[in-house]
Ligand binder design. Structure first.
Ligand code: ARG
Length: 593
């Protein structure tokens, strides 16, 4: 129920008014209206919901003849006249601005407060799931593919963003009750493995050398061999031979390759752990080697979708201006053909109703081609695939250089954070003792929030200073407010009482906080519609501001028992809301800092 009870009540009442109303539509279900009934963002401490008349018109509930402000006002007034107020919804009035006319509904303060606090404290890990708004979303079987680094090449910033944003998308779907499969699709196939293996042999490297820092060492070897290949064509041809052997299933070559793959995954997993990221499956391009791609090729040829060029390549025409290679002249598989095979395999395996590829903007053309091919192969599920794009980050480099190894990045963030902690006098002693661990986790929160604060598609300039600031909108703030609430709960001298009398929460600061909490489901749904983490991030910052104001004014310790219990319940509701939001973003809430 939560604030959702009010949404349902209001929509039922609107429907009653519309029914028999000259311009209204009959037979409308409340579910049509619920998404349009929103907490009034300007209400402040007044518990009010609102609905836009323009939105009702878009739903076909109000006559299209209404064009100007005056028409809308007279329609709104007529609706108000017919509307029956009652103790739960004691008032209704019109609000107008330049672009719209809205109906505002006053709701019963103490009923709203009690609903919101109770549901949030009783079901801290799922309170938003009882929202009618959330329940209107159709169930999805979702595959989210994210991170997908290349083995033996550095994990670059694009992979970091994919990891952060993809993890968020998977968390969000899971929080909303969908079935989610998280896939890491490793770049573990292709001629670069021939080059790597060539370098590995030529420099007499052994497995023992790779016991530590395997990814960095493999990368060094790869760079070395690549440079050599540039000046010596025989290296490239050797590398190609090695890869061809791999494609044909040569055990000796595959053994080394498998070793590279395993040590890399092992290291990636450490870093993912620091980032609080998990996968259900580690897939890789290697699963779709030449043979699998042969089947794809057959399908494409049956449908007459390929042209053979003079040089022997087989290409697919995405549009008259864009042709893409699907098969190389030597018949070996490539990135695109592997992706076609992978998509088909995933549909068979997971029967997804949605699949998200979380990959940077620069691969847009690739995904346009992939989706077009799947569509033209006649797979109706082509429409359920989406490329979740994101922009570049400029200026994110570590002291050691611009090729980013994620581990260095996180280490550096942690170091800077520790320095900052030591400089801050107000840092509590026990925090200084728990030093590195806490600093590491706060720093990770900062990296995550710093990234998700922006609209996905925007390129942005990264600055350590900005991301790790303790003031302003950073990960530090979210963690700090969360810890502050927990410490308040532990030190306020009263115990949580599920039956607390919440009707003593009448101060504007308390009501503003309630309204902010009541908005959580709306924010989740909007975040889900746009798959933009920044919507949730900016909500959480606003929530933190509201919490801070409330903490200042609503003392718990010194208040009479009844009031203290009610305030404690309110602050717990606020903490659960904050924690739920942070968890969805992949930021693990800390208990002290
Ligand atoms: N490994 C690729 C890269 O680093 C990204 C893979 C994206 N996913 C896909 N299905 N193509 O560029």
């Amino acid at each position: 129920m939560m604030a959702h009870k009010f949404r349902s009540l209001i929509s039922n009442k609107i429907i009653q008014v519309l029914d028999g109303f000259p311009i209204g539509d009959r037979g409308v279900k409340p579910s049509t209206l619920i998404p349009y009934i929103q907490v009034d963002p300007k209400a402040g401490s007044k518990p009010e919901f609102q609905v836009s008349l323009k939105a009702l018109q878009q739903q076909g509930l109000i006559n299209n003849d209404l064009r100007n402000q005056k028409d809308f006002i007279s329609c709104g007034s007529a609706l108000i006249e017919k509307f029956d107020t009652d103790p739960t919804i004691p008032g209704i009035y019109l609000v107008q601005d330049k672009t719209d006319v809205r109906l505002n509904f006053k709701v019963n303060n103490s009923q709203l407060v009690s609903e919101v606090v109770k549901i949030t404290t009783h079901r801290p890990n799922s309170f938003w799931r009882c929202s009618a708004l959330v329940n209107l979303l159709p169930f999805q079987k979702v595959v989210v593919e994210y991170s997908s680094p290349n083995i033996a090449k550095p994990f670059h910033i694009g992979h970091l963003r994919s990891t952060i944003i993809g993890n968020f998308i998977a968390n969000l779907h899971a929080a909303l009750g969908h079935n989610v499969t998280r896939i890491n699709y490793l770049g573990d196939w292709g001629t670069q493995f021939g080059i790597l293996k060539y370098g590995y042999d030529a420099r007499n490297i052994t497995e023992k050398d790779l016991e530590e820092d395997a990814i960095k060492k493999l990368y060094e070897v790869y760079v070395w061999a690549n440079q050599k290949a540039e000046s010596d064509p025989s290296v490239s041809s050797k590398a190609r031979d090695i890869f061809n052997k791999m494609e044909q299933g040569d055990n000796r070559e595959l053994e080394t390759w498998e070793f590279f793959r395993n040590v890399s995954i092992k290291e990636f997993k450490h870093v993912y752990e620091r980032l609080n990221v998990k996968f259900d499956e580690y897939h890789g391009e290697s699963m779709y080697s030449a043979q699998k791609c042969q089947e794809v090729l057959k399908l494409l040829e049956q449908k007459n979708l390929l042209q053979t060029l003079e040089d022997g390549r087989k290409v697919y025409e995405v549009n008259p201006k864009q042709k893409v290679t699907v098969v190389k002249s030597d018949g070996s598989s490539i990135y695109l053909s592997r992706d076609i095979a992978a998509a088909i395999h995933r549909q068979e395996e997971y029967k997804f109703t949605k699949m998200y590829y979380v990959v940077d903007n620069s691969q847009s053309d690739h995904f346009v081609a992939l989706f077009s091919i799947i569509r033209n192969l006649g797979f109706e599920w082509a429409e359920s695939m989406t490329h979740i794009k994101f922009g570049r980050i400029q200026g994110m480099s570590t002291r050691k250089g611009t090729a980013i190894f994620l581990q260095d990045l996180l280490d550096e963030a942690q170091e800077i954070m520790m320095q900052k902690q030591q400089e801050t006098e107000t840092t509590r002693d026990d925090v200084r003792l728990s030093g590195a661990e806490t600093a590491g986790r706060v720093a990770t929160s900062c990296v995550l929030i710093g990234d998700m604060k922006q609209r996905r598609q925007r390129d942005y300039v990264f600055s350590w200073d900005k991301a790790l600031q303790s003031r302003g909108d950073t990960g530090v703030k979210l963690q700090y407010v969360h810890c502050r609430l927990l410490s308040l709960e532990g030190n306020c001298g009263v115990d949580y009482n599920p039956e607390a009398n919440t009707s003593c929460l009448t101060e504007p600061q308390a009501l503003t906080l309630i309204m902010e909490i009541a908005r959580f489901d709306e924010v989740l749904v909007q975040t889900y519609r746009e798959l933009e983490p920044c919507i949730l991030v900016s909500y959480l910052f606003k929530l933190c501001g509201t919490i801070n104001n409330a903490i200042k004014l609503l003392q718990v310790k010194s208040a009479p028992l009844e009031v203290a219990e009610a305030r404690l319940a309110l602050f717990m509701a606020a903490r659960h809301t904050l924690a739920a939001g942070m968890n969805i973003l992949g930021v693990k809430p800390l208990s002290k800092m």
